[in-house]
Design a protein around this ligand. Structure first.
Ligand SMILES: *Cc1c(COP(=O)(O)O)cnc(C)c1O
Length: 233
């Protein structure tokens, strides 16, 4: 193995152990939490190393980067998740590589996503991203909690889309535990109408323990596995 592969393997082991420990702490089975490695900014060669190490799910947040990287890794049996901001004119193209779009935050995206999935003869898995920011903070990505139910219903109304659950990012500077408690309440309200929408995607490198403790089914971990990214996004 090259040294980069050794480094990734060591970091991945640490993250897998963190997830397992967090599960033990709250009495969950470690199989209940899926690890998605966020590979944005990192090369296809790293994705290849991850696949060798048994990673099954990777995520990207920029469309063009994801197009290129997924094409370079076309021989690998990986599930690609899209977790970034999406323009409606690109949404249909995202279904060319993504099996899951986690960042659906407005109804305008649904038609192009459904059309892209239908053109490819597939059903696209969708998570609705909900904003956990307080009412006074700057707008960040995610639908406002008051509009979550309506957007979830709209996703579910498309035959080519499958509503899988919800996704959120803990607000900067906030207590992630409180944020993920809030997400848990919002998710339960979605589940009341959509009992199959069982995925709760929450938790990143810095707060995955807090997310696992509050019922995350998927954690999205980038820097803890691959190292720090350049600061500018
Ligand atoms: C980059 C990113 C992550 C991973 O963040 P890390 O702190 O590097 O683990 C998770 N979720 C989303 C939506 C991201 O954009």
């Amino acid at each position: 193995m090259t040294s980069r592969a050794d480094e990734i393997r060591e970091r991945l082991d640490v993250v897998r152990e963190r997830i397992a420990a967090a599960c033990r702490t709250c009495g969950r089975a470690s199989g209940e939490v899926s690890l998605i490695v966020v590979t944005k900014f990192f090369p296809a060669s790293d994705v290849r190393i991850l696949a060798d190490l048994g990673v099954t799910d990777v995520a990207e947040n920029r469309h063009q980067e994801a197009v290129d990287k997924s094409a370079e890794c076309g021989d690998l049996a990986l599930r690609w998740h899209f977790v970034g901001g999406l323009q409606s004119n690109k949404a249909s193209a995202v279904t060319g590589y993504a099996s899951v779009v986690q960042s659906v935050d407005r109804a305008k995206l649904l038609r192009p996503l459904a059309r892209g999935a239908a053109d490819r003869g597939r059903v696209l898995d969708v998570l609705v991203q909900v904003s956990l920011d307080g009412p006074d903070s700057e707008h960040r990505s995610g639908v406002a909690p008051d509009d979550l139910a309506g957007l979830a219903d709209a996703v579910a109304s498309h035959d080519d889309l499958r509503l899988r659950g919800v996704m959120a990012v803990a607000p900067l500077g906030a207590d992630p535990g409180e944020a993920f408690d809030h997400l848990a309440r919002l998710h339960l309200s979605v589940l009341a109408d959509h009992p199959d929408a069982t995925w709760r995607s929450a938790g990143m490198s810095g707060d995955l323990e807090a997310a696992v403790a509050r019922g995350a089914t998927h954690v999205r971990v980038g820097s803890a596995v691959l190292g720090s990214r350049p600061p500018v996004q």
